[in-house]
Write a protein that binds this ligand. Structure first.
Ligand SMILES: Cc1ncc(COP(=O)(O)O)c(C=O)c1O
Length: 437
């Protein structure tokens, strides 16, 4: 556990309390003091509420902290390390590629990027890929593509329909598409051209559409929004609406994509195809990459000079992503994600039967949520103390995104470690004694 931040906070308070006389005393001693205090404080902007733990290595579904303690990772770096940590196929691919060629530039042909693009088209049924470096950037590409699509149709003030509680990233366009006023606060003026509707409500999208509408941007399952799985038929209805009105159906698969739900993409559970799909997170198992995949009316919209990025799809990232896709296919990890997800879901349903204060236990593949009636942020630290990494999102939803390489024993251990903590928390919230007491 890292103690330096807390220690420094206490020292800063003490220093602030004695500030006036202290400043007189400091005089020529100021420079050495600034140097000393810079060693004690973090050099990072405090944009994250970090947990007081740092990891030094990982293997499979396990992480080891700097004190040698082991943790079962049921979060995978927020849906990134789908193949777990230090997977030999990824390590080997990265090692070999680093010794061969890390980066050239998108000024030149990049054969590994071509090969990866071909795979993504094959898996999605779409036609063209733009490579970026993150989920937000993949969504920026999609937003620009949709606006350009509108302009080509003579729509000069294009609008994109987005959903309540959506999460699409933190860059300005993606942040505006994100349905979280707290995340947007203080960053205005935000770009115009986004219309918000409730999630899982196709009629609301139809009602919001107008002559300026160019696209609908939706997560097939909302991740940050609380593992919200829409009703069966929702995506099909959106496909029909988009076809009817000439809107692009753009699906943000940044969290759900690349096998997590038991299929390559979350929307494939409804057997529909999109016009644009964005992916990132698990695509290269932790090497930064993002992709905006387009087909049908969306293909060919972004031509020469319309968009670009220095790193996007460089040989190192593309090689890692190719190794991920090959490993998922070779090890049959789509089916494994589905089976594991059912096992974990059933495990929690059995273990928490009769626990009060639980709204719902839900999931698709390895995208799982346990929703409590009341906020439960403390569960994250309780799980950490018990050697388990989890997340709580949307205030009261325990979010589990374990790696696809989890063993059955590890899946059972996840349930047997976490269920009693949830039971205790939910009962305390409901004013009852925990089951074990
Ligand atoms: C659905 C979705 N879209 C986009 C993003 C943003 O991705 P990134 O953090 O890589 O920019 C996230 C991140 O959590 C996400 O879950």
């Amino acid at each position: 556990m890292c103690k330096s931040t807390g220690l420094c906070g206490i020292l800063s308070l003490l220093v602030a309390g004695f500030a006036p006389s202290y400043n007189e005393w400091l005089g020529s001693r100021r420079l050495p003091f600034v140097f000393w205090s810079s060693l004690m404080t973090s050099a990072l902007m405090p944009t994250y509420a970090r947990l007081p733990v740092a990891f030094r290595r990982g293997t499979g579904a396990w992480l080891e902290d700097t004190d040698g303690r082991h943790y079962l990772d049921a979060l995978s770096g927020i849906a990134v390390c789908g193949l777990g940590h230090a997977h030999p196929a990824i390590a080997e691919a990265l090692n070999d590629q680093a010794r061969t060629l890390i980066h050239t530039s998108n000024l030149y042909e990049v054969p590994l990027q071509e090969k990866l693009g071909g795979w993504l088209c094959k898996l999605s049924g779409l036609e063209q890929v733009f490579f970026a470096n993150s989920g937000a950037e993949a969504n920026e590409a999609a937003i620009k593509l949709a606006r350009r699509y509108g302009h080509e149709k003579g729509i000069t003030r294009p609008e994109i329909i987005v959903a309540d509680n959506a999460f699409h990233g933190r860059t300005l366009g993606a942040l505006t598409a994100t349905g979280n006023s707290k995340a947007q606060k203080g960053f205005g003026p935000l770009p115009e051209g986004f219309v918000r509707v409730p999630y899982n409500d196709a009629a609301a999208i139809e009602a919001a559409g107008n002559k300026n509408t160019v696209a609908v941007l939706i997560e097939p399952i909302q991740g940050e929004g609380g593992i919200r799985i829409p009703d069966n038929g929702y995506l099909k209805a959106l496909r029909a609406l988009c076809d009817q009105h000439g809107w692009l159906l753009m699906l943000d698969e940044v969290q759900a994509g690349i096998g997590r739900t038991g299929l390559w993409f979350g929307h494939q559970h409804e057997a529909i195809s999109a016009d644009v799909i964005t992916v990132a997170k698990a695509l290269a198992n932790g090497v930064p990459i993002g992709a905006c995949i387009a087909g049908g009316p969306a293909a060919g919209i972004l031509g020469p000079g319309t968009h670009g990025t220095t790193f996007g799809g460089n040989p190192l990232a593309a090689r890692a992503a190719l190794a991920v896709i090959e490993t998922i296919g070779h090890d049959d990890l789509l089916a494994r994600a589905a089976t594991l997800g059912e096992r974990i879901l059933r495990g929690f349903q059995d273990a928490l039967k009769g626990t009060p204060g639980i709204t719902e236990i839900r999931g698709r593949g390895l995208m799982l949520g346990i929703e409590l009636e009341a906020p439960c942020p403390d569960l994250v630290e309780k799980a950490l103390d018990a050697g388990l990494l989890i997340n709580v999102t949307a205030g009261s939803v325990i979010r589990l995104l374990p790696p696809l390489i989890l063993t059955d024993d590890e899946a059972d251990q996840l349930v047997s470690t976490l269920a009693p903590l949830i039971d205790e928390t939910a009962r305390t919230q409901a004013g009852q004694r925990p089951a074990s007491a």
